[in-house]
Design a protein around this ligand. Structure first.
Ligand code: ATP
Ligand code: MG
Length: 281
């Protein structure tokens, strides 16, 4: 049994697009310690699928199928069990690190609050752990950083801090939703390398969402490709990218190799640094 098993998931909003499903019959699984990629164009349902793992489907949505984490049906969990799941078992890192961090709380508090809510540990123990986490995500001078506010840090450093918050309770699954899209190309590689190191150190599984198949190529063991709410292709990343079975995957790859149609940022988007990270490889 996999750590995460999504089986025939559908998410439908009554009244929207004639009740059309936003996510339709999606099945995917992630084993403990595995890095799995979820790719697809904007609006294909990647984030909605990921949020379902945290039991966070849009208000009023009707769901079908099952989302099982460690054997438990997430969509049927009671609110208090969901709270325990979020953060302590499954953590999520979002695209934009500025919105993930509270602007008026110092960095140390953002980490320690999370720990105290989920772990109920003492202030002193939480403070020590915060320092350790900042060191782990390679924030220079952690003792000073815990007292600083988020605005002081660059985008890449903010994303490292957001990752530290996500890692605080040692989640068994980290969902990273386009964690490097908002960052400079040069910084992207560092953050991906960090995720890779952390995975190796902690043994956590990672579900990595990106529309950039160039990132996927070197980061994930296996890959799912979504289009219009459905999974259209899945398999070992290397094999899928070497010989895409679905024309849509091929067109995503073409968009990468043709600078004229490359997503966001043009030809430089595929940084050589990113290609050298080898997350999961
Ligand atoms: N809370 C919501 N209420 C209504 N519709 C939503 C909601 N969240 C997402 N949608 C719709 O569901 C579809 C899938 O959205 P989703 O955010 O999962 O796409 P995505 O693949 O993550 O796209 P992107 O790459 O732009 O992040 C889109 O059509 C979107 O407009
Ligand atoms: Mg998204």
């Amino acid at each position: 049994m996999s750590l995460l098993e999504i089986d025939g998931l559908s998410i439908r909003l009554p009244g929207r697009d004639g009740g059309k499903a936003l996510v339709e019959d999606v099945s995917l699984h992630v084993a403990a310690g595995e890095v799995v990629g979820l790719a697809g164009e904007s609006g294909s349902g990647k984030t909605l699928t990921a949020l379902s793992v945290l039991g966070m489907v849009p208000h009023g949505a009707r769901t079908g199928g099952e989302v099982r984490f460690d054997g438990r049906d997430v969509l049927a969990l009671r609110p208090r069990d969901l709270r325990e799941l979020r953060g302590a078992q499954v953590a999520m890192v979002f695209q934009d690190p500025t919105t993930a961090l509270h602007p008026m709380l110092d960095v140390g508090t953002q980490i320690t609050e999370h720990l105290r809510v989920h772990r109920g540990i003492s202030k002193r123990a939480a403070a020590a752990r915060a320092l350790e986490l900042l060191e782990q995500v390679r924030i220079p001078n952690p003792a000073e950083a815990v007292r600083a506010y988020p605005h002081r840090f660059s985008g890449g450093m903010k994303q490292r801090i957001a990752i530290a918050v996500a890692l605080a309770c040692e989640p068994r699954l980290l969902i990273a939703d386009e964690p490097t899209t908002a960052l400079d190309v040069t910084v992207q590689a560092g953050v991906l390398r960090l995720l890779d190191d952390l995975r190796a150190q902690t043994g956590m599984a990672v579900l990595l969402i990106t529309h950039d198949l160039g990132v996927m190529n070197v980061t994930s063991d296996r890959l799912y490709v979504m289009k219009a709410g459905r999974v259209v292709e899945e398999g070992r990343t290397r094999e899928v990218l070497a010989a895409p079975g679905h024309p849509y995957t091929a067109s995503l790859l073409d968009a990468l190799s043709d600078p004229g149609t490359a997503p966001e940022g043009g030809p430089d988007h595929r940084s050589p640094g990113v290609a050298a990270t080898g997350l999961g490889g």
